[in-house]
Design a binder for this molecule. Sequence first.
Ligand code: P6P
Length: 332
Amino acid sequence: MRRITLTRFLIEEQRHKGVIQSDLRLLIEVVARACKAIAIAIGKGNLADVLGSNATENVQGEVQKKLDVISNEILLEANEWGGHLAAMASEEMDHPYVIPHRYPKGEYLLLFDPLDGSSNIDVNVSVGTIFSVLQCPENIDHVEEHHFLQAGAKQVCAGYAVYGPTTLLVLTLGNGVHCFTLDRELGSFVLTESNLRIPEETKEFSINMSNMRHWEPPVRRYIDELLAGRTGPRGKDFNMRWVASMVADVHRILTRGGIFMYPRDAREPGKPGKLRLMYEANPMSFIVEQAGGASTDGTQRILDIQPTELHQRVAVFLGSKNEVEHVTAYHR
Ligand code: P6P
């Protein structure tokens, strides 16, 4: 594998496939740089008094970790001046952040979960940043929330950074999924894997088993069959992993297959699930499908869902195609 930097990869993609407008290339470079800054901030941990929680809550009603807020600010400050964006939306902000008048506006909308899995921050487990890019509708003077409400199939780009033993950036522009590893000496993301493919079969599932009594019947049936193992209807034993950082669980699935599930449960019947559609499920679903996997909410393709609210939640079943189709079939 030739070791090329993210910058060269983007320029060559633009030259050979014309998939990237220069503003989109700038956007990706700026987001990648922000992820490097986030990696540095979280890498300090207790040395810089950035662990623990703020006395604030986000729109989800979740107590914000100091690093949630720091990561959000890093992404806002990195992206507001470049002229490539019309507005940004984040898990950590009630409403979209419209680019200030003092800066030029661009044609893209950026959505992100600045620090996903932050409940793991204080115990030093891998966390990540998830981002999604949409086209801003043309000829509008002032961006409003409803301009963000586009189906996941409309994404022009999606990616995540994993802050783990290595810092990785995984990216799709609709032409396959590519993985870049941060070379800390160079200070650059370097292409380390191209065209990742998720095996269609797997023996590994990912779900928070403590919620079992709250699941709907199709999910209980599916999981019971996995647990029955070799002597059960599936005829093979399965392994289980649950990091409780979606980015870490999804990256493992991209690397060696698996199925990730966060079903709706009876605890909060009004909520269709825990994970957010616009900046968690949609970008991860775009990436997973581009890698040959599948992603549904139990009944329909997640990328087909027409959003009604910026922070709406959704049930998620994603990963190895055959397993996703298996559990989705039980819902029908
Ligand atoms: P639970 C992290 O808070 C997150 O949003 C995802 O990254 C992760 O998959 C899930 O929630 C973990 O949820 O209920 O197991 O803590």
